[in-house]
Design a protein around this ligand. Structure first.
Ligand SMILES: [Zn+2]
Length: 236
């Protein structure tokens, strides 16, 4: 299921039975004193691994390449800011490679939510799908599927993201780092409601994500496989 751990024969089997690839997109970014800087990538990666268990397919190694991070916006350190052009090109070439390898449906799960960053990834998908007719691509933030049933997620190191981290990797969250006077968004660079984070809340967000995303992804794959011409050359 982890692409980089599979041998060629196993990948061939995936391509025959379930030609679906997930690409997780995150960043290195300050997420408050209590969270690790890889939060965006780590939680989206774990969420996607669980989703992949439900739908089949493979998960690519997560990409740490964020545009519109906390650095240019508020000078937070421990944050890597990459350019829009690089993110666009890197996403586009990932899609091209996955297509060339024979995947028919591709899902990009974004753990980093900067508005312009999301726009850039979606633009890469647009450029790619204008070029290739049959492949199906979906690019979503990791909180979007829950929003289809009005469950709100998608903060910045606040209650939601901190809870997700506590669910997947409690060893990486240290709530004792929260200042005695509470969190201040400007000073601490995260949602002040992180003080309410719990493992149970994280679990609920993950379950909602999987319940909502799995049928949508399976439908995407089915559509791609059904619509795929029998004799298509891979460069079509
Ligand atoms: Zn985040």
């Amino acid at each position: 299921m982890k692409y980089e751990e599979l041998r060629p024969r196993e990948i061939n089997q995936v391509l025959r039975e379930c030609p679906l690839a997930y690409l997780v997109w995150g960043a290195h970014e300050w997420h408050g004193p209590q969270n690790p800087v890889g939060l965006d990538t780590l939680k989206a990666y774990h969420m996607t691994l669980e989703l992949c268990q439900r739908t089949g397919g493979v998960v690519l190694p997560p990409v740490y390449c964020g545009y519109q991070t906390m650095k240019p916006w508020a000078r937070f350190h421990h944050t890597f800011e990459f350019s829009k052009d690089l993110v666009l090109q890197y996403a586009f070439e990932h899609l091209e490679n996955l297509y060339d390898e024979g995947f028919k449906a591709i899902v990009i799960v974004m753990g980093h939510y900067g508005g312009k960053h999301v726009e850039t990834i979606k633009r890469a998908v647009e450029l790619f799908t204008e070029k290739h007719r049959y492949v199906r691509v979906l690019a979503i933030t990791d909180y979007e599927p829950a929003s289809w049933v009005n469950v709100k997620g998608g903060d910045h190191g606040g209650k939601n993201e901190t809870s997700l981290m506590m669910y997947f990797r409690p060893d990486l969250v240290d709530l004792s780092r929260i200042p005695k006077d509470g969190l201040n968004a400007q000073r601490d660079g995260c949602g002040p409601d992180a003080v309410e984070a719990t493992r149970q809340h994280g679990e609920m967000l993950v379950k909602t994500f999987i319940e909502q995303a799995a049928p949508k992804v399976s439908a995407l794959l089915e559509e791609a496989v059904k619509g795929w011409p029998t004799e298509i050359s891979r460069g079509e």
